[in-house]
Design a protein around this ligand. Structure first.
Ligand SMILES: C[S@@+](CC[C@H](N)C(=O)[O-])C[C@H]1O[C@@H](n2cnc3c(N)ncnc32)[C@H](O)[C@@H]1O
Ligand SMILES: *[C@@H]1O[C@H](CO)[C@@H](O)[C@H](O)[C@H]1NC(C)=O
Length: 555
């Protein structure tokens, strides 16, 4: 930690990326930035501020809140490690690749007919509804389910999914996200959005779409920050894509929404800017026809992934099954699974060298699909999208993790009570955006062929025609600290510092550091295993824009 550029809770650390920021700050962003409201949300008692205001002023506990990337050496049992309980399948046990370090992997293979339910079910009656539901799916199929299906049920099952019935963020929740760390995050995304809107020619109507808004904090800060730019806020139609009814209500409150009736028509308006607000369960439901600005922060990491593992028989999918004692366990699929098609698609985008190095691959078909929807929309309506998430610009091997109450837990432990998320594969997002929808037909006709070839572990060279959408461009990824630095976070933090008391100043410094720092906190005084890690380099930003507007700031 001594190599960390910040040396203490003083002003010093703001010089950390100042040079970078000054150098890179382009004039449009700088001009907008100067006109942001010179206030801390905390001073005016805004909705999003209550959580952040209540944070202790000093770094002590506020920063021990876990962000959703796994990084600390003290983190949890490795995500893939299988519980030590599947003793009865001993002869089917398959060790992970020998190059993997001892504790890493031990997976038992369940051949299709192997599962036979115990004569009398000894299930503990304490099973949650979701656990019962998952078990019934597995029993009904008499076979394991994919990790993607498991993840989808756990997170978004309408009755008992993790996100559906509760507010999971912040101190009393399970993890913390950038907008909850500091108001500066949403404000700077607002600067990005306004720059894009200007590049789009200041259209009179624009669809501002946020995917997975959580508490709505990012958007509230964006709207407060841009309140002075009336022509921008007047143009906004706010569309929130949120599957959770509970979080929709939280967003309604955070955005200070009110229901109005205009004639016969009822609509909801955010009192933060006067713009109408609409909710949708998915992106395709958002009406198109207006130029569009899309923001997706920590949305893609919650989408269900498939995991594949290389073995002697080629690539196998890792699945979730029931052990004899009715607990969950991981197994490898004995047969080819339909989702191998996505693996082969992903592998086409990788170099032979990249593929050689990996024993496991995570693939997120839903991310590919939603990216294509984003690209299609931006291609037809104009505008752009900003995707920020923790992840990698390449194949992700084994990143699925579970977090409960700011601690890592086992993925199969009491599903529905912990957050599940995985690294976002930004290279896959880039390729999905670039490929036009014409690709689907071609892929489908190759389907059987691909399944066969995949099973032969012959994935690297697949013949296929790729059509590129030529009115879309993809930029990045760059790190979160590059993005926020270039959008002027150093100027913003200095401006806010002029107007606050010591307690708020401390929380600003802490927030600043969490957003753009990229190592362990140098002045941490809490328990070692809770040393907070900055989000500056583990979070990446990527923009997808219509070429009409040229390059988006600051890419
Ligand atoms: C990790 S939270 C991120 C929240 C927020 N963007 C932030 O940074 O604080 C993921 C959000 O996406 C929503 N979500 C997850 N899967 C979704 C899906 N398939 N469709 C729509 N929303 C989804 C969740 O309900 C939640 O609001
Ligand atoms: C806002 O829009 C009006 C009408 O289109 C225009 O006259 C005015 O100059 C705009 N204001 C700014 C600051 O661009």
């Amino acid at each position: 930690s001594s190599s960390y550029p910040l040396s203490g809770p003083t002003h010093q650390h703001f010089s950390y990326s100042l040079c970078l920021a000054v150098e890179m700050l382009r004039s449009p962003a700088a001009a907008l930035l100067r006109r942001l409201a010179p206030r801390l949300t905390g001073c005016s008692g805004g909705a999003g501020s209550s959580t952040r205001q209540s944070l202790p002023p000093y770094i002590s506990s506020s920063s021990s809140f876990l962000a959703r990337f796994s990084s600390t050496p003290t983190s949890p049992p490795p995500p893939s490690s299988v519980g030590a309980r599947d003793d009865e399948a001993e002869d089917d046990k398959l060790q992970g690749s020998s190059s993997d370090s001892g504790a890493r992997l031990s997976i038992s293979v369940d051949r299709a007919g192997l599962y036979s339910p115990p004569e009398h079910s000894h299930e503990p009656s304490s099973d949650s509804d979701l656990v019962k539901h998952l078990k019934s799916i597995i029993k009904f199929r008499s076979g394991p389910i994919s990790i993607a299906e498991y993840m989808e049920e756990v997170l978004t099952n309408p009755q008992s999914g993790y996100y559906m019935n509760r507010d999971v963020f912040g101190e009393s929740g399970d993890f913390i996200t950038s907008p909850e760390v500091s108001q500066m995050f949403g404000e700077l995304i607002g600067v990005w959005a306004m720059c894009l809107w200007e590049q789009m020619g200041k259209p009179e109507k624009v669809n501002l779409i946020e995917l997975g808004p959580g508490r709505g904090t990012l958007l509230a800060d964006l709207l407060r920050g841009s309140a002075k730019f009336v022509n921008f806020t007047k143009a906004l139609n706010i569309n929130l894509v949120e599957c959770s009814p509970t979080l929709q209500k939280v967003q309604y409150n955070t955005l200070k929404c009110e229901d109005e009736s205009v004639g016969d028509e009822k609509r909801t308006v955010s009192k933060l800017c006067g713009a109408p607000v609409y909710w949708h369960a998915s992106l395709v439901q958002v009406p198109s026809g207006f130029p569009t600005i899309i923001v997706a922060h920590e949305f893609f990491d919650a989408l269900p992934i498939h995991q594949f593992q290389k073995g002697s028989r080629g690539w196998c999918e890792k699945m979730v099954d029931l052990a004899g004692d009715s607990s969950f366990r991981f197994v490898l699929s004995p047969q080819p699974t339909a989702s191998l098609i996505f693996l082969s698609k992903r592998c086409q985008w990788a170099s032979a060298e990249e593929l050689e190095k990996v024993e496991q691959i995570e693939v997120c078909p839903k991310a590919m699909e939603i990216t294509e929807q984003i690209a299609d929309r931006i291609s037809s309506d104009g505008g752009g999208a900003l995707i920020i998430d923790y992840g990698k610009n390449g194949i992700v091997s084994d990143s699925l993790q579970a977090i409960r109450k700011h601690k890592f837990v086992h993925i199969l432990d009491d599903p529905g009570s912990a957050d599940l998320s995985a690294y976002v594969d930004f290279a896959a997002i880039k390729h999905s955006a670039m490929e036009a929808s014409g690709l689907h037909c071609i892929m489908n006709s190759y389907c059987l062929f691909v399944l066969f070839m995949a099973w032969q572990a012959f994935l690297t060279r697949l013949v296929s025609v790729v059509i590129f959408a030529d009115d879309i461009s993809v930029h990045g990824p760059m790190t979160q600290s590059q993005l926020l630095g270039s959008l002027g976070i150093n100027f913003r933090v200095e401006a806010l510092m002029q107007n606050c008391d010591e307690k708020q100043a401390e929380s600003l410094r802490t927030g600043y550091w969490r957003l753009v720092g990229d190592g362990e906190a140098p002045f941490w005084e809490g328990p070692d295993d809770q040393t907070p890690i900055g989000m500056g380099s583990r979070y990446l930003a990527m923009a997808i824009v219509n070429k009409k507007q040229g390059s988006p700031v600051p890419f």
